[in-house]
Structure formats: C-alpha cells, structure tokens
Ligand binder design. Structure first.
Ligand code: NAP
Length: 277
C-alpha cells in the first residue's frame, strides 16, 4: 500500500500496520523538510509524483493495491491528486484526517474561510491592547508555515513573528522575525513566547491534533484573539476516517477481501472496497 504521509498520524498508522503484519507499506513524503520524521519500519520514497497523471502511473507501475492519504489537512493539492488518480485507476483510497480544533469557553476565535481572505483581515486588524499612536500595526504570531509567508509580503503595517520548521524563501513581509522550531510545544513555552513578543493576535490553520494545540490554550489564558483558518473539505466520494484504528480495520478488510477474491488483484480489490467500520 502507498501511505501519503508527512503527519504524526501517518507515522502512527505505519507503525500499527507493521505491528499488525502482512502489509507492504511505502511511506511517501513531499521532500519539504531536510530531516523528516519517518516511521522506522517501512520503505520511504521522497518527492512529488508529477500531478494526478504521474501518481496514476505510479499506482499502476508499482502495482499498488490501496492508498491512504494521511497528509496534512491543508495539503489540498496532494489530496486532490490522490482522489483523481484513485478514480482513474480504481485503486481504493482512504482519507485519514485528524479532527479539527473546537473552541472552548474563553476562546476568542474568528473563523477565516481561506488563507487569501486572511491577508485583508490582518492588514485591517486593530490591536486592542496598544494605542495606534505608539505602533502602526498589530503584532501577529503566524503559525501557518513558511510556504504561506509570501501571501503577507505586501503588508507593511503589521509586525510578524513566524514559526517554521525550515527557513522561509521567496517574498517575505518587510516586518518579520522568524523562529525555526517544530512541535510538540507546551503551554508554558507558548505563553512565554506570546508574552515576550507582545503578540496581539495568533494566526493558525485549523490543523487539529495535540502537537501544536498548546498555543490555543496560551492565547485563551492571555485573552488573545485567534484567527483560525478553515480547512479545505475532504474529497467527495471516498471514505474518510479520523483515527488510526478504523484506518487499520479498513486496510485489513481490504486485504481479506483481496485474498478471498478471484480474478485480477486490482479488479477484486476495487469491487470489494469495504465500507469504513
Ligand atoms: P500540497 O500543496 O498539497 O502538495 C504540493 C505537491 O507536493 C503535491 O502536488 C505533490 O506533488 C507533492 N506532495 C505533497 N505531499 C506529498 C507526499 N506525501 N508524497 C509525495 N508527494 C507529495 O502539500 P503541502 O502543503 O506542500 O504539504 C507537503 C507535505 O508536508 C505533505 O506531506 C503534508 O502532509 C506535509 N505538511 C503540510 C503542512 C501544511 O500546512 N500544508 C503542515 C505539516 C505537514 P506532485 O503533484 O508532483 O505529486
């Protein structure tokens, strides 16, 4: 099976399948990070496939029986590509998406439908805690990733603190400080960071998961607003699960039906794609 990875869930699924036994897993990464975290126990391939057509070709050439898309909830191009290639080849596809975050009492979240919509919102953002006379714009903690920084390159009023795993390249906002770090983060550290930089507003994608959730607790404790970018919808027509256990069951059922089926492997698997437990 081909496991499209780059997330903690993908690594945990790879480990679960190794423990279950009987799966030949290839773990796939885009190649964005110099020292990626990879599961210890399966083959790893790195780099894009060349769009949906390239991925469809890969599925046929490598005789892939099933694909699990366990990429980040905002990796929309890879997800769309997997859906198109799966539809074209008939290879079963399961989407594994961790749940999004939910606001709790005391949170001051403003939902933003997309990254481009955010630019205007940040540019017009008026900080509550400091007078406009002393500072021209808000102090923004951006946790959206380095590839999205170019979106804010034209904004001269806000000051940005951006946290990324790798150094950003390309156009950058003029008032920017970058810190290189990767999760997991804790509440004490996030609170100290927000205080140290006198942050007015936190900007985050609705990535979900525990690894990077501490910033939300810290923002709540400090009474800071959060601009929460909505995730893109999952592809329609494919099963979606939010955890490792149902993904493992889906694959086990698929393998069982494959061994029980007759005729060509791809045909048998396609005809017997199990529903999500
Ligand atoms: P993206 O915009 O959806 O992907 C861009 C292109 O990168 C895809 O079209 C594909 O190239 C290639 N690609 C992406 N994921 C791949 C994978 N797992 N294996 C092989 N090729 C892959 O995705 P992205 O936002 O750049 O994310 C890239 C990777 O970083 C993903 O694995 C994702 O899980 C991880 N990640 C993303 C974020 C985020 O906020 N977006 C955060 C944490 C981790 P081709 O079209 O040539 O096949």
């Amino acid at each position: 099976m081909l496991l499209l990875g780059g997330t903690g869930e993908a690594r945990r699924l790879a480990l679960a399948l190794t423990e279950a036994g009987g799966f030949d897993v290839v773990y796939s990464l885009a190649g964005r990070v110099r020292e990626p975290r990879v599961p210890p126990s399966c083959r790893v391939r790195i780099g894009g496939f060349g769009g949906p057509a390239g991925l469809a070709e890969h599925l046929r050439c490598e005789r892939i029986d099933a694909v699990v898309d366990a990429t980040h909830p905002f990796a929309a191009r890879m997800t769309a590509s997997a859906a198109t290639a799966a539809a074209a080849t008939g290879v079963p596809l399961l989407v594994l998406r961790r749940p999004g975050w939910l606001a709790q009492p005391g949170d001051d979240w403003r939902r933003v439908p997309s990254l481009p919509a955010l630019t205007d919102l940040i540019d017009r953002f008026v900080p509550l805690r400091r007078g406009a006379a002393t500072d021209p714009g808000p102090r923004v903690f951006l946790t959206t990733g380095r590839s999205d920084l170019a979106l804010f390159a034209g904004l001269h009023r806000p000051w940005f603190l951006a946290r990324c795993v790798e150094p950003p390249t390309g156009p950058l906002p003029p008032r920017l400080e970058v810190i290189l770090d990767r999760g997991p983060f804790d509440v004490a550290g996030e609170t100290a960071l927000l205080r140290r930089h006198a942050i007015d507003v936190l900007v985050t994608k609705d990535s979900g998961g525990a690894m990077t959730a501490a910033k939300l607790t810290a923002a709540r404790d400090l009474g800071l607003p959060v601009l929460m970018i909505d995730r893109p919808p999952p592809p329609s027509g494919f099963p979606v699960v939010s955890d490792i256990a149902p993904a493992t069951r889906w694959l086990t059922d698929l393998a069982t039906s494959r061994h029980a089926g007759a005729g060509s492997v791809a045909g048998a698997v396609t005809a017997r794609t199990p529903p999500v437990p």
